[in-house]
Design a protein around this ligand. Structure first.
Ligand code: SF4
Length: 330
């Protein structure tokens, strides 16, 4: 579905206008998902309730602008729990943490809040159930991503193997092929993951797993919007961080649909040479990028071009996750 909107940036009647025209397609949904919104709320409410400083283990979400905004309000970001002093609250990031992290916080009697996205927690519980049933888990994800580290940390060591590609799925050897399960990271490419799952199911017909995959609604909705938008675009800009998995996947989806695509953290990253010969630009934002950065890019585009915007809307999201009781009461 597409909606044509009049752009406030297009009204340049007050001065002679030599800016070339640029059509800007804006993907919807884009930007913040319910899990990111909840995680940021948790840090802000913790700061309100207990005052600064509030410690946060790992970037609360993968976005420098969000992290810097929370730092300015009194959040302190660290990578490991042993960097958190006694007696101050600490929040665990939206990506989830291994079980050892809350266990260590409890052992130190720290006041901790878990901002793990409920959709990541759901995968954690699935992993526990598969491991408890004695099934070895083939986990589809990207090595080193904090969500992968967190999910591996839900089950005993050695009960999960990482599968990153179809080639991995073809090559993996397992002790008991009849006793397997699979799970996936929530922020993967929908299309690539379907290929990996299909290969695992071909090789191991009895493998247990979710119906389809564990990719979350926000990741799949943002990819679907880019798929609808990108074939009409000469260039697609994805606002997001380089360590944001779902943002990187949006850039890849745009490229597969035939557009040149770049990941930018914000407007100042734009290289105007990218626009040579471009008449239609697509714009989207990863799940951890705030809308203010989309508006900043639109404003910057408006200073170089006469911009005509059009929303490309493929879904409307109304998902909201509950906050922890410690912050909002019962
Ligand atoms: Fe949760 Fe998906 Fe957002 Fe990650 S991208 S925080 S899994 S809703």
């Amino acid at each position: 579905m597409t909606d044509t909107l009049a752009s406030p940036l297009a009204d340049t009647s007050a001065r002679p206008d030599h800016r070339p025209p640029l059509a800007v397609l804006i993907a919807a949904p884009r930007g913040f998902c319910a899990g990111v919104d909840r995680a940021i709320n948790i840090v802000e409410l913790a700061l309100e309730r207990w005052g600064a400083p509030v410690y946060v283990r790992h970037e609360i979400v993968h976005n420098r602008f969000v992290v810097d905004t929370l730092k300015a309000k009194g959040a302190i970001f660290v990578e490991e729990l042993d960097e958190v002093p006694d007696g101050v609250p600490v929040v665990f990031s939206a990506h989830g943490v291994p079980k050892s992290v809350p266990a260590a916080a409890q052992a130190r009697d720290l006041n901790y809040l878990d901002a793990t996205c409920p959709l990541v927690s759901k995968v954690h519980r699935q992993a526990e159930r598969l491991a408890a049933a004695g099934r070895h888990i083939l986990f589809i994800g990207h090595e080193g991503h904090p969500e992968v580290i967190g999910t591996f940390g839900q089950v005993p060591e050695g009960s999960m193997t990482l599968i990153e590609t179809v080639d991995d799925a073809r090559a993996v050897t397992v002790a008991d092929p009849a006793n397997l399960g699979f799970l996936t990271q929530t922020t993967l490419s929908v299309d690539d993951t379907a290929d990996v799952v299909a290969e695992l199911q071909r090789r191991f017909p009895g493998i247990m797993g979710p119906r389809g995959d564990d990719i979350c609604y926000a990741t799949s909705n943002r990819q679907a919007a880019v798929k609808a938008m990108a074939p009409r675009c000469d260039l697609v800009l994805v606002i997001g961080a380089t360590n944001s998995s779902n943002s990187q996947r949006l850039r890849e989806v745009a490229e597969r649909e035939g557009a040149r695509a770049f990941l930018i953290s914000r407007a100042s990253d734009i290289d105007w040479q990218w626009f040579d010969g471009v008449t239609t630009l697509g714009l989207t934002a990863g799940a951890s990028a705030p809308e203010v950065l989309v508006q900043e890019v639109l404003t910057r585009l408006g200073s170089h071009f006469t911009v005509h915007t059009e929303n490309v809307t493929t879904a409307v999201e109304e998902v909201v996750f509950k906050l922890p009781r410690a912050l909002v009461g019962d």
